[in-house]
Design a protein around this ligand. Structure first.
Ligand code: ADP
Ligand code: MG
Length: 252
């Protein structure tokens, strides 16, 4: 059974999704979690008087923002998730993408300390799996000047390709890529950019669709699902056709 990468979004961090994991792991699946935490970071930046700016869904990250992002993502959010898993009886270790190092990045033009993953070193993840421990990965990567902020959807997609995952599940706070209030059931990867250009996908959905397309081009079935719905993750792994599927197998 190939592994599964699950990305947990800011809005769904505490929504009960994790309760599906003991059952999934019990079936012998290897799971790696990648988390965001943007809303928490924005609140922390606000309280420090640091302004937040986004470009196409990506956070413009100066040196101070990066410092706080590392504190929030690789610190409080990451550790709370690992503790939550522990409380469910799932042994977990919170790591940052810079540990290992696991996620190697190059700077993205004009966004400051934002990185794009160019290489994945899955060794640390595999060591944790071999020990029966679920890796919980904070969205940071190692680049020429140290740590870089990586969009969590993009980090999850890169990791999914890097570990040869079968599925990438992008858990968010909506039912999928919505059109007129309903999730589009399936997309081919080459259709994704069109929805960004025509404006249907905006804000955080832009990096999410691009990440899903990237994973799909790497042979992975990516699915955007609503993590606020109880049992959604377990259902999706069991083959339920919920949310929006992005896959090479879909005919555009
Ligand atoms: P996450 O924390 O899960 O990454 P984001 O806020 O980054 O969540 O991205 C999901 C958000 O994208 C939705 O809550 C919604 O506000 C926004 N969005 C923009 N366009 C769409 C669309 N067409 N369908 C669904 N969500 C969309
Ligand atoms: Mg997001």
């Amino acid at each position: 059974m190939r592994p599964v990468v699950v990305k947990i979004g800011g809005g769904t961090l505490a929504a009960g999704t994790l309760e599906d994991l003991p059952g999934i792991l019990g079936s012998g699946r290897k799971v790696a979690l990648v988390h965001g935490g943007g809303p928490r970071l924005t609140r922390m930046l606000d309280s420090l008087g640091i302004t937040t700016r986004f470009h196409e869904g990506l956070r413009v990250t100066d040196a101070r923002t990066l410092e706080v992002a590392e504190m929030v993502f690789a610190g409080s959010v990451n550790k709370a998730l690992a503790r939550e898993l522990g409380a469910l009886g799932v042994p977990a270790a919170g790591i940052s993408g810079t540990d290992g190092p696991t996620l190697l990045v190059e700077p993205v033009q004009d966004l400051g300390r934002v990185g794009e993953v160019v290489r994945v070193e899955p060794r640390l993840i595999e060591v944790l799996w071999a020990g029966g421990i679920v890796p919980v990965v904070a969205p940071l990567g190692l680049g020429p000047e140290g740590a870089y902020n990586v969009n969590a959807d993009a980090a999850a997609a890169a990791l999914a390709v890097g570990v040869g995952a079968e599925h990438l599940f992008l858990l968010t706070d909506v039912d999928g890529l919505l059109r007129e209030g309903k999730a589009i059931p399936a997309l081919a990867p080459e259709e994704c950019e069109g929805y960004v250009e025509d404006g249907l996908a905006a804000g955080g959905m832009v990096p999410k669709l691009r990440a899903a397309a990237e994973a799909a081009r790497g042979g992975i079935e990516a699915r955007i699902i609503n993590g606020n719905r109880k049992g959604a993750l377990a259902g999706a792994i069991a083959g339920e056709r919920i949310g929006t599927l992005i896959s090479e197998g879909v005919v555009a």
